[in-house]
Design a protein around this ligand. Structure first.
Ligand code: PXP
Length: 245
């Protein structure tokens, strides 16, 4: 059965909107872990637009489940991973202008660099996964460079405009998964997965981990806003109680 890693980047995005110290993604990680998450995923971007170095270090010291660090292969970021030693890194491409990770990593094109990074991560006992499109050459390059896992990019499935198109994308994901398993890779999946579209992907056999962020954080805001409002009203009323009749 597949398990869930919650991507908590958006919690840090809200914090950064005010350059404040709340909400703390570390507190969010604790809640996700208490709810049964298999792991916590954070993306330490080069521009530090949400998760920062402090978050990654504190998460490493507090997360008892799996800590999955999403990152590009730029040297300063690779060095941080070597210091922090998360349980797993998921290697992604990074483009400064993007809203979120857009395509998969081109493992075939960057095979030499990928092999170096895999070796360095393994030296520190860190598992390596690559975030890739379900394409044979990317899966084969991941296997040939010694990666432990791949994360199949589910964005094309999530964005499919018809059931037929979604069915085609699901078939590609399933075929990619089969090839990856043949090549001894563990298979994860993620990007764009929601409460509405998770069912068909989750029923593909032998997928091991899902990385889901946006949809969970979006729902968390809506589930929590009522209680948060009630608590603030309570404080306002307590500070200036209405005179009793
Ligand atoms: N997997 C990877 C590699 C990602 O870059 C992201 C987005 O940060 C996710 C999964 C989660 O995607 P979403 O936020 O759409 O659930």
């Amino acid at each position: 059965m597949a398990v869930l890693n919650v991507n908590i980047d958006h919690v840090a995005t809200v914090r950064q909107a005010r350059l404040a110290d709340e909400p703390d993604p570390v507190w969010a990680a604790v809640q996700c872990e208490l709810a049964g998450a298999n792991g916590i995923t954070v993306h330490l971007r080069q521009d530090r637009r949400h998760i920062n170095d402090r978050d990654v270090h504190v998460l490493k010291g507090t997360v008892a489940c799996k800590l999955n660090l999403e990152m590009c292969m730029a040297e300063p970021i690779v060095k941080i991973a070597e210091q922090v030693r998360p349980d797993q890194v998921t290697l992604v491409p990074e483009n400064r202008a993007e809203l979120t990770t857009e395509g998969g990593l081109d493992c075939a094109r960057y095979k030499r660099r990928l092999a170096q990074v895999v070796k360095r991560m393994h030296k520190k006992g860190i598992l390596v996964s690559t975030f890739i499109a379900p394409e044979d050459e990317q899966i084969i390059a991941s296997a040939e460079t010694g990666c432990d896992a791949i994360e199949l990019h589910t964005g094309m499935y999530a964005n499919a405009r018809s059931e037929k198109a979604a069915g085609r994308r699901l078939a590609e994901l399933a075929a990619g998964k089969d090839l990856a398993i043949d090549r001894k890779l563990v298979v994860h999946a993620g990007h764009g997965l929601t409460y509405r579209n998770i069912g068909p992907v989750a029923s593909i056999p032998d997928l091991c981990e899902f990385n889901i962020g946006h949809s969970i954080i979006a729902r968390a805001v809506l589930l929590g806003i009522r209680q948060a409002t009630e608590q603030m009203i309570e404080l306002i009323e307590k500070a200036n109680p209405k005179p009793s009749a």
